[in-house]
Design a binder for this molecule. Structure first.
Ligand code: ATR
Length: 278
């Protein structure tokens, strides 16, 4: 029996054990996926315990995505650029860090829309999720990615620190309705609008009909921002595709098998008590 898991604080809410244990069962893989509730000062001991127990890999979530780096043996290049890990894989005797959040986002997006290098993109937010998505878009050759954030300095730092060539700009934070009609794709990465504060939105915007708006939140299934975008004729997507695709990529790094992502989407939807996905 191989052992995998997810490390974070808190961790009880994580849907990852449900997904990975379902996939192990479905694919007849002798493995188990365990949530590990680990506080900051326990992280080094956790990784030592993983080595002792021969744990084959694990996911990393808040607050350990950056601090885990110092405890690993090496990082995949995109993960190294992002500076945050969401997946660890045992390769021979080494623990190697990956970040599947950004590529998970891209794969999820490709379910509804092909991505072109000439796309004009706006990212809302400048935290860890924004960074993973921005760097993955840059890495994929998309140069025109602007950032809109409450604190302009954080958006400036995010763009300036990117090691990829790009020509994005920081949009000044504005009260009122922001003109987003020049964008082919808008990606909302902050926690604004997440349950229980579902009546707020990080931006009131005019979108272009036919453009695509993604909110990486999935509680609620449709945020206030997504409802507004849908009412303006946009193609909208919530955070479930990104979540299942980042998990699919981790699962395939560990097992080289294809995860049952359509079943995963149904599991998540049922678990969250809803019937609708975007
Ligand atoms: P994560 O790592 O999950 O992406 P994070 O690093 O805490 O989360 O990033 C949070 C992002 O959400 C930031 O861009 C933050 O804006 P600031 O840079 O101004 O802090 C944004 N954010 C959080 N709460 C917000 C709010 N109430 N209104 C607007 N933006 C908010």
């Amino acid at each position: 029996m191989k052992l995998y898991g997810v490390v974070g604080d808190p961790i009880a809410h994580s849907l990852s054990p449900l997904l990975h244990n379902y996939a192990f069962d479905e694919l007849d893989i002798a493995a188990h996926y365990q949530p590990f509730h680990i506080k900051n000062d326990q992280l080094a001991a956790f990784v030592t315990a993983c080595r002792t127990l021969d744990i084959q890999g694990w996911n990393v979530t808040i607050p350990h995505k950056q601090t885990i780096v110092q405890h690993l043996d090496r990082l995949d290049p995109l993960c190294e650029a992002i500076g945050a890990v969401n997946t660890v894989v045992k390769v021979r005797e080494e623990y190697v860090g990956y970040n599947t959040d950004g590529v998970g986002f891209l794969k999820g997006l490709e379910e509804v829309r092909k991505v072109n290098t000439g796309d004009r993109v706006l990212i809302i937010g400048a935290g860890g999720a924004a960074k993973a998505i921005l760097y993955t878009l840059h890495d994929a050759g998309i140069r025109q990615v602007d950032v809109y954030n409450r604190t302009a300095g954080n958006a400036q730092n995010l763009l300036q620190e990117s090691p990829f060539s790009h020509s994005g700009e920081v949009l000044a934070y504005e009260e009122g309705i922001v003109d987003c009609t020049m964008y082919d794709l808008v990606v909302q990465t902050t926690s604004v609008g997440m349950y229980p504060h579902i009546n707020v939105s990080p931006i009131e915007a005019h979108f272009r009909e036919g453009s695509c708006v993604v909110d990486i939140i999935y509680t609620p299934f449709e945020t206030k921002l997504l409802t507004a975008a849908r009412n303006q004729g946009c193609c909208v997507q919530n955070g479930i595709p990104m979540f299942v695709h980042q998990a699919r990529l981790a699962f395939s790094l560990w097992t080289e098998a294809d995860a049952p992502i359509e079943a995963w989407k149904r599991l998540i939807t049922n678990q969250l008590g809803g019937t609708a996905t975007c």
